[in-house]
Design a protein. Structure first.
Length: 356
């Protein structure tokens, strides 16, 4: 059975970097698309289609506690305490009573009133704030006035810890509520995340596709002698050495795509005295092995690209079972620019090592 040599092929960072640069335009397109989709979606949702406009009326109070040592209340009175209390039925009923006294034109249920109310402690225990937020500025002001009356008139009577409350900053106007929308950051985050995941997917794709981009990969991974590529300066000499004294050589592809006649024609231009005979790939025509066994040698054309490894393994295993010994392989339709850049970097690395 045919055996591979994957364990002898380390991760090729240089090849991966070159492949990354070659696919950088696609990664940029994916990044731009992701930025427009996610960042644009955020902008449309939160800016263009943000829905109803809300208006907020805010009131600030000064609380005088019954105990002069009011700091002790900090153990159980906090921001959440005030916000919880203004949503209780007791407080809401008192606010409803003041709204009726004002003869307000707004008829609200306690649930609607609760959704409009909020309270907080921005500084310390003595300075709480209430915020009323509705879709109408006049409604916000009327509810805020009723809340102020409840806080100053009713609240001290039902809370023993509080002696009195007065309004130090009444709600005199309702301001439009602007959401914390940051489209710039949304676009930047979308671009960064899209680029990151595009790179991760690219790396997973490169490491998992069983690709063949270099003729040396065939030698390292499958143990085959390799002529190189059609653009290799060593092609003619490799043919002379590997196919010495061979007159008739069968040429077939390792995959079910490719024209063996084109390979045979190109090789015929590079060599003299060898008859290159095209043959169909064993994957499509298993009986071709009868013809290949009669040849002096077999040349296997391996198309460069993704997913080239598995078809080559399948073909090699079948040829080995049929006693068809592959003399050499050639990397067909190789990316010559990629190969030149790869070995140019390798030569630069070697020169740098010699200088050191």
């Amino acid at each position: 059975m045919w055996e591979g040599y994957y364990g002898k092929e380390p991760f090729d960072l240089r090849l991966t970097a070159l492949r990354f640069l070659k696919n950088l335009d696609k990664i940029i397109v994916v990044t731009l698309a992701g930025t427009l989709i996610f960042g644009g979606g955020y902008y449309v949702k939160n800016v263009l289609l943000r829905g109803e406009v809300y208006y907020s009326a805010q009131s600030t109070y000064k609380v005088e506690y019954a105990d002069p040592d009011w700091s002790q209340y900090g153990t159980y009175i906090n921001d959440a305490t005030w916000d919880t209390y203004v949503h209780t039925e007791e407080f809401l009923n008192m606010v409803q009573g003041h709204l009726r006294e004002q003869e307000s034109s707004w008829e609200l249920t306690n649930q609607e009133l609760s959704e409009a109310l909020a309270a907080q402690l921005p500084t310390d225990l003595r300075v709480p704030q209430t915020i009323v937020t509705t879709v109408n500025p006049q409604m916000s002001l009327e509810i805020a006035e009723a809340v102020e009356q409840t806080m100053t008139e009713d609240f001290p009577q039902v809370t023993k810890e509080v002696d009195s409350i007065r309004v130090v900053d009444p709600a005199v106007s309702a301001q439009e509520v602007f959401l914390d929308v940051r489209p710039g950051r949304a676009f930047l985050l979308s671009a960064f995340l899209t680029f990151f995941f595009a790179v991760v997917i690219f790396l997973l794709k490169e490491t998992g596709e069983d690709s063949i981009w270099l003729s040396s990969s065939i030698k390292k991974r499958y143990g085959l002698s390799v002529l190189g590529t059609m653009g290799s300066p060593f092609l003619k000499e490799n043919i002379r050495y590997l196919f010495a004294e061979k007159k008739r050589v069968g040429v077939c592809f390792a995959q079910d795509r490719g024209d063996p006649a084109a390979v045979a024609s190109k090789l015929g231009e590079c060599s003299q005295g060898i008859e290159w005979i095209p043959a169909p790939t064993p994957a499509l025509c298993p009986e071709v092995c009868r013809t290949l066994r009669e040849m002096d040698g077999i040349l296997l054309a391996v198309p460069a690209g993704s997913h080239a490894g598995k078809p080559l393994e399948y073909t090699l295993e079948y040829l080995r079972q049929q006693d068809c010994e592959v003399t050499a392989a050639i990397l067909w339709e190789a990316d010559e620019k990629l190969i030149r850049a790869y070995y140019w970097l390798e030569r630069g690395k070697e020169k740098s090592g010699e200088e050191d």
